[in-house]
Design a protein around this ligand. Structure first.
Ligand code: SF4
Length: 321
């Protein structure tokens, strides 16, 4: 992805490996490069274990990359340490998948929301109720919720508290890691609408990780498709349904069900098991499941190439552009 004047965060050639067993290693992120643009949402789609959450943890500085850089406003944040790193954490906040485990069950909502502000010494304890009221209003919950505990709320209400807590430090970037996946579809829609409204009001930049390609395309301005640690396609979301080119993205799109779909048409299915294919970084990661695989696909991992404006594909096929 090309850096622009609106790029707020740049992931540059990030590799993240984890040791397995005595001598083995697994590459969770394989030379990943991406840009987050100010006020826009970058969606990351991929199946479980593809490395999307690891990538977000690297951006959050919850994981250190094996190599590569994460540049925020011109500074490589992977080099930050101590107080400088602590202060930087205010800039990028995260909403976790399961708010039930993210919060201390003994804390009231007002304490959950205000804890980050108190940690940074930005408010006094006497201001907690005033601040909690403001942020509850922002996430469209009544002020009375400030005295509740998390077990007195529904999943959707808890996730709204998670969003309020992430916003309280006024971050420039918010990472949503499968943050709507545990919710009912109707609640999911309400939360997505709320996030979009907050994004507009605050010009917030969002990294949205999800395994639901329809939800990602609805929520995001740009979608990055990840497969076994590799970014295989980056595409503006409005082009996703009609102009996706990578065989894996096409398989994902073909598997989306809708009431108006042509049920006589064959649904593409990616064959084979992926479990033992994660360690060869010098071949196309999709080769064992791809019906178009050629000799070169086992010898060379294709690089992302721009095929049209803001649309990048990593594939050896002669793409029809
Ligand atoms: Fe398929 Fe080869 Fe393209 Fe990989 S590089 S997606 S194996 S055609």
């Amino acid at each position: 992805m090309r850096k622009t004047e609106n790029t707020i965060l740049e992931v540059k050639d990030v590799v993240k490996k984890f040791p397995i067993g005595k001598n083995g290693e697994m590459t969770a992120c394989n030379h990943v490069s991406l840009c987050l643009e100010k006020g826009k949402t970058l969606g990351i789609i991929g199946e479980s274990g593809c490395g999307k959450s690891t990538l977000m943890k690297v951006i959050m500085q919850l994981e250190q990359p094996t190599s590569g850089e994460v540049i925020y406003k011109g500074k490589d944040i992977t080099k930050l340490k101590g107080e400088e790193l602590r202060q930087h954490r205010r800039n990028i906040q995260m909403v976790f998948q399961d708010p039930t485990t993210a919060f201390n069950p003994k804390m009231k909502v007002k304490d959950i929301i205000c804890e980050p502000l108190l940690n940074f010494g930005l408010i006094k304890k006497s201001q907690k109720e005033e601040v909690a009221k403001k942020y509850l209003e922002m996430v469209e919950l009544p002020a009375e919720f400030m005295d509740r505990y998390q077990h007195n709320m529904s999943g959707g209400q808890r996730q709204r508290i998670g969003i309020a807590r992430a916003l309280v430090l006024d971050p420039e970037i918010m990472i949503l890691d499968e943050s709507t996946s545990a919710l009912d579809v109707s609640i999911q829609k309400n939360i997505i609408e709320l996030i979009k409204k907050i994004q507009q009001d605050r010009n917030l930049t969002i990294g949205f990780v999800c395994h639901d390609i329809v939800l990602v395309s609805e929520m995001s301005h740009t979608v990055a498709v990840m497969y076994l640690g590799n970014i295989v396609e980056v595409i503006p979301s409005h082009k996703l349904s009609s102009l996706a080119m990578h065989p894996y993205t096409k398989t994902l799109m073909s598997a989306v069900f809708s009431l108006n779909m042509d049920f006589s048409k064959k649904i593409d299915v990616a064959d084979n098991d992926i479990s033992n294919k994660i360690d060869n970084v010098n071949a196309c990661p999709f080769r064992d499941r791809c019906e178009h695989a050629m000799e070169i696909c086992s010898k060379e991992n294709p690089k992302l190439k721009e095929v049209s404006k803001d649309h990048y594909v990593a594939c050896h096929l002669k793409l029809n552009v």
